[in-house]
Write a protein that binds this ligand. Structure first.
Ligand code: ATP
Length: 323
């Protein structure tokens, strides 16, 4: 057994629904192993500032259903500096924290990997981001909830788009990845999906609109799409379709909030338990992931180095079904 008596848990980077369920699972799984647990507030920023709170089983009661993160999250420039990380180490030592579980995205894992190399503190990562863009896991915590939020919003916009015979460009999150756009596009029957993984989609879109000549259309646009954001594309399309009533809707941060779906709660629970098992098994600098409905352990350097690719079959499905 490793010599771990006390662990820290933190949420870092962008928030995602299900992070609370993950905190709960980490805390309870750690207590089950007779470890003490400290919550680190506001990610690496709190680690540098020594913003720590002891966590008991009660402290994580009644949070599994809540969006956001009770620990708060932040992006910390200081943690990118040696001085910042040294201060963080001092604080961890002062509080006798032997290991950490970080819930976040690839940036958070990059920071954890660097820190763990500099100082002898094992880190295990749990993938928490709505973007689903991490290599080594089929799903990240928050993605399923965000997808359902987008589907509900697009269904509503579809009603008004049909009633007024409008062409809607709806922008969704995903950073450099099109997972949210593509899957929600399929699930809402969008006429087209524009995403970063596919180049030169504009001409195809114009041809499609000309060919179909539908009274109303929903075009989903991933925020990182090559063609630009929804507003930029709408401007270009307006030039060719002067009679169309073109509207733009940027869904924005509503995609990050809300009560996590059953799947995200389940995923967070599984990965939280797996993260503590990994620490007990002397593992470090790795992310616990979920592949083919089983938990797996993937080294940070792999999750960071490789991109998670879209399943090309899904691109075909979207194309076929909007024919
Ligand atoms: P999301 O996918 O939701 O954006 P993320 O974890 O990728 O989440 P980032 O802002 O990229 O979010 O990273 C979170 C934090 O990790 C940063 O604010 C920074 O403190 C730390 N971090 C990222 N990259 C590095 C690095 N190269 N060195 C040290 N720390 C880093």
């Amino acid at each position: 057994m490793p010599n771990i008596k006390k662990i820290g848990v933190l949420t870092s980077g962008g928030d995602a629904p299900g992070m609370n369920a993950a905190i709960r699972a980490v805390v309870r799984a750690a207590l089950y192993q007779n470890l003490e647990v400290v919550g680190i507030r506001r990610g690496y920023k709190g680690m540098i500032e020594g913003d720590f709170i002891p966590m008991t089983s009660k402290d994580v009661g009644n949070i599994i259903q809540r969006g956001g993160t009770i620990l708060g999250t932040a992006r910390s420039k200081e943690f990118r500096t040696e001085e910042g990380r040294q201060q963080a180490y001092k604080n961890l030592q002062e509080h006798k924290i032997d290991a950490c579980v970080v819930i976040g995205g690839d940036g958070s894992f990059t920071g954890a990997g660097i820190f763990s190399k500099e100082y002898d503190i094992p880190f295990i990562g749990i993938p928490g981001t709505i973007d689903n863009d991490l290599f080594g896991t089929d799903y990240t915590i928050g993605y399923d909830t965000a997808l359902n939020t987008v589907v509900e919003a697009v269904d509503r916009i579809r009603d008004t788009a049909s009633a007024h015979e409008r062409l809607f460009f709806i922008e969704v999150m995903g950073r450099g990845a099109g997972f949210i756009a593509l899957l929600s596009g399929i699930a809402t029957g969008a006429e087209a999906v524009l995403m970063p993984e596919v180049e030169n989609q504009e001409k195809g879109l114009i041809d499609y609109l000309n060919r179909q000549n539908k009274k109303s259309n929903i075009i989903l646009v991933a925020e990182g799409s090559h063609a630009g954001g929804a507003a930029a594309i709408a401007e270009k399309v307006k030039e060719d379709f002067k009679d169309y009533d073109v509207r733009v809707n940027v869904l924005g941060h509503m995609q990050r909030g809300g009560s996590p779906s059953a799947f995200d709660r389940f995923l967070a629970s599984r990965l939280g338990v797996a993260s503590i098992e990994a620490l007990m098994d002397n593992q470090r600098s790795s992310m616990v992931g979920f592949v083919n409905h089983e938990t797996v352990l993937v080294p940070f350097n792999k999750t960071i180095k490789f991109n998670r690719n879209l399943n090309r079959i899904l691109l075909d499905v979207a194309d076929i079904l909007s024919y």
